[in-house]
Design a protein around this ligand. Structure first.
Ligand code: TRP
Length: 358
């Protein structure tokens, strides 16, 4: 088990309980909440993203919660391949957002490199965090371990503080994330608290945002480890029916014939069962029972059908939007402007609090 897994699991119990409470508060008064989330433009979004956070974002938006969706494009600069084709990566990500139902009329989709005042917040925020704290952030350690870089850049080490700027520039109070992001969110809360203590003059400039974990457990990739773009084990939202079938055919299972839902002892099989249940809006135990003696072959047939059925309308919508790149650029431009106005206001307030409003 990696450091992230261990910490993630421990932190998750509390975060999960708090998320359930938050959920109730949001249902009652959606107008009190401002949500910010984002995904790095590192490639197509996949089913792990979808069931982990994406569908939750759309649900919050549809509940009437103000939603900002960030494309943290500066956070992929360390990857040469992506940096060389950044525009395409960003646009593909926006297409994924539009396909799943993020509505640019109601939600703000923007790229953080296009919001100067947001990035300027990074400097005072960096003064509030020690190098030791950055060095021991488990998510950063994990990212470094999986990066293909020979040396760790300063940018990579400061990701969590940059993320604090991403969240605090608009004073978001809820951040729907996967459990791997909990350490980053903790740094955001620390930055907010320390800023308020040092410069708040008895009041508070920033809220301490809370993580909203969705109820869906972690989906594994086709090789039985965490589904992740960089591990090549993901089924992307935009994959077509044939590619989906091929990926699932190649998915790892185990030697036991009878299908059961037992995530602790049979992670690979259970993840496929879970994926089926999520797509069918059913119960994983029930799904496993139905397949039972049919074994891995029947399980793979069922999960393929479930995924392709569930994602057909999303994939159709994506293909339609992909025909009109101008629309994608307009969505981003409008979002960047809206985010820019919010960031300008916050930076002004921050500079005043720090007594540098000359
Ligand atoms: N660190 C996130 C990831 O690895 C991306 C991200 C950057 C983010 N800024 C954010 C997520 C702000 C939520 C809020 O995918």
């Amino acid at each position: 088990m990696s450091t992230t897994d261990t910490l993630g699991t421990l932190g998750t119990t509390t975060a999960q309980a708090r998320s359930a409470e938050l959920e109730k508060l949001i249902q009652k008064e959606p107008g009190r909440f401002r949500v910010l989330t984002g995904d790095r433009p590192t490639g197509r979004l996949h089913l792990g993203h979808y069931f982990g956070t994406l569908h939750n974002r759309v649900r919050l938006q549809d509940l009437g919660v103000e939603t900002l969706v960030l494309v943290p494009d500066y956070q992929v600069l360390t990857d040469r391949d992506i940096a060389e084709n950044l525009k395409e990566y960003v646009e593909e990500l926006v297409l994924d957002y539009l396909a799943i139902g993020i509505d640019p009329e109601r939600s703000t989709i923007f790229a953080h490199s296009a919001v100067p005042a947001l990035n300027q917040l990074l400097l005072p925020f960096l003064s509030l965090v020690s190098v030791a704290e950055l060095n021991r952030n488990p998510t950063v350690k994990d990212e470094i371990a999986h990066s293909r870089q020979a040396a760790v850049s300063g940018l990579m080490l400061t990701y969590p503080v940059h993320q604090a700027a991403d969240i605090l520039f608009c004073k978001a109070n809820v951040v729907p994330v996967g459990q791997d992001q909990l350490p980053h969110l903790e740094i955001t809360r620390t930055v907010a608290r320390r800023f308020n203590d040092r410069y708040g003059n008895g009041g508070s400039v920033f809220p301490q945002p809370e993580a909203l974990l969705s109820a869906a457990p972690l989906l594994l990739g086709t090789d039985g480890t965490k589904m992740s773009k960089s591990r090549g084990n993901a089924i992307s939202l935009s994959a077509d029916a044939d590619e989906t079938a091929r990926l699932i055919r190649g998915a790892k299972t185990d030697a036991e014939r009878h299908i059961t839902y037992d995530p602790a002892n049979r992670p690979e099989v259970s993840s496929l069962v879970l994926l089926t249940a999520l797509c069918e809006d059913g119960d994983p135990r029930q799904v496993a029972e139905e397949i039972g003696a049919g074994g891995a072959a029947a399980l793979k047939r069922r999960v393929t059908e479930a995924v392709n059925g569930h994602f057909a309308p999303i994939r159709a919508r994506r293909a339609a939007y992909a025909q009109d790149r101008r629309l994608v650029r307009d969505v981003l431009r409008t979002g960047n402007e809206r985010a820019g106005a919010l960031a300008d206001a916050t930076l002004k307030e921050v500079r005043a609090a720090m007594h540098c409003d000359y």
